[in-house]
Design a protein around this ligand. Structure first.
Ligand code: PBG
Length: 325
């Protein structure tokens, strides 16, 4: 008995056929745009290590947010860059802190037309740059930090955030913040848990973007890139603590983790294409070493194929050929 020739190429023979059988389409609403707002500046400041990204003034932030929402992005994630920092990151929870002020302005501008998200961490606001408060031996104090996160979350929800993003990797942070939000009456504020967040070299450019004061590293709280199993443990705990959404971060180098989490999670799975992933493609493109548009699209499709429902990316509001409107 003879078999017909198997010709997988038949399905690739015209653009229309390829389009028809494509398993994955990426739309603007699948993307969330991270934005930086900086206190005390009068014009946007370019982030040198992230070409095309700026630290916004309040006014330029409003314009960038409105444009992105008009384009159809799925949401906005805000980070604040304060002009003064202290040991405990007090500005994170202050109503007149830069991030909370920006949330208030954007919520007034945009209402429920987008999903307004806030980075619920204190590293941008601490003088030492760590994501938690330090004990007298200079170590990050997990349980003392939980109270800080709760104050920050309540301040962000009061300012108008629809969602707080817990990016600090403290144990028990989801339960603490959920409980705090609920008792302050914010039962509808979403909690995004950065569940599987790795201590990655790819955060380098971001630390420029927020003028990070960090010396050393975050290896006592962020995960070891060598480890796979503990991601599921983190996700499992966060879901049990009440996370509405779980996140894998970074995305590009951790596609196996995205797939693991997508296969097991009962809540939406998001992934963060971080600053280093952005800057590496931009830098190679600027040198003429890679085709920017196709590299950008492919990097995002890869993350989607691995199982992410939504992707945080600094390209969310850029023209991306191949993206659905
Ligand atoms: C911490 C935080 C970081 C990023 C987002 N939230 C930095 C870190 O963990 O050091 C990195 C994002 C990026 O690199 O694009 N609040």
């Amino acid at each position: 008995m003879s078999f017909p020739h198997h010709r997988p190429r038949r399905l690739r023979s015209t653009a229309a056929i390829r389009d028809l059988v494509s398993e994955r389409r990426l739309a603007r609403r699948d993307l969330v745009l991270p934005l930086f707002v900086r206190e005390g500046i009068t014009a946007p400041v370019p982030v040198e290590s992230m070409p095309g990204v700026v630290q916004h003034t309040m006014e330029s932030l409003r314009a960038a947010a409105a444009t992105a929402v008009d384009l159809g992005v799925g949401g906005l994630m805000l980070f604040g860059v304060p002009s003064a920092r202290d040991e405990c990151g007090r500005a994170g929870a202050a109503a007149d802190g830069i991030l909370n002020q920006a949330l208030q302005v954007l919520r007034e501008d945009l209402g429920d037309a987008t999903v307004l998200m806030a980075d619920c961490c204190i590293d941008e606001f601490t003088s030492h740059g760590h994501c938690g408060v330090l004990n007298d031996r200079g170590q990050v104090d997990n349980d003392a930090t939980l109270a800080k996160y709760t104050q920050v979350a309540i301040a962000q929800a009061s300012a108008g955030a629809h969602l707080v993003g817990l990016s600090g990797m403290m144990d028990g942070q989801v339960a603490a913040v959920r409980q705090g939000l609920d008792s302050a009456g914010f039962v509808d504020t979403l909690v995004l848990a950065y569940s599987a967040k790795y201590a990655s070299a790819s955060y380098g450019p971001f630390r420029d973007a927020v003028d990070s004061q960090l010396e050393g590293d975050r290896r006592t709280y962020q995960q070891d890139p060598a480890n796979r199993r503990e991601s599921w443990r983190e996700v499992d705990l966060d879901i049990r603590e009440g996370a509405d959404v779980v996140m894998v971060k970074p995305a590009g180098g951790f596609l196996d983790i995205v797939r693991d989490v997508a296969d097991r999670s009962v809540v939406p799975v998001w992934a963060y294409q971080v600053s280093g992933e952005y800057s590496m493609i931009e830098a190679a493109a600027a040198n003429g070493w890679i085709d920017r548009d196709s590299a950008v699209l492919e990097s995002l499709v890869n993350i989607k194929r691995a199982g992410a429902d939504t992707i945080f990316t600094y390209w969310a509001a850029d023209p991306i050929p191949g993206l659905l409107a």
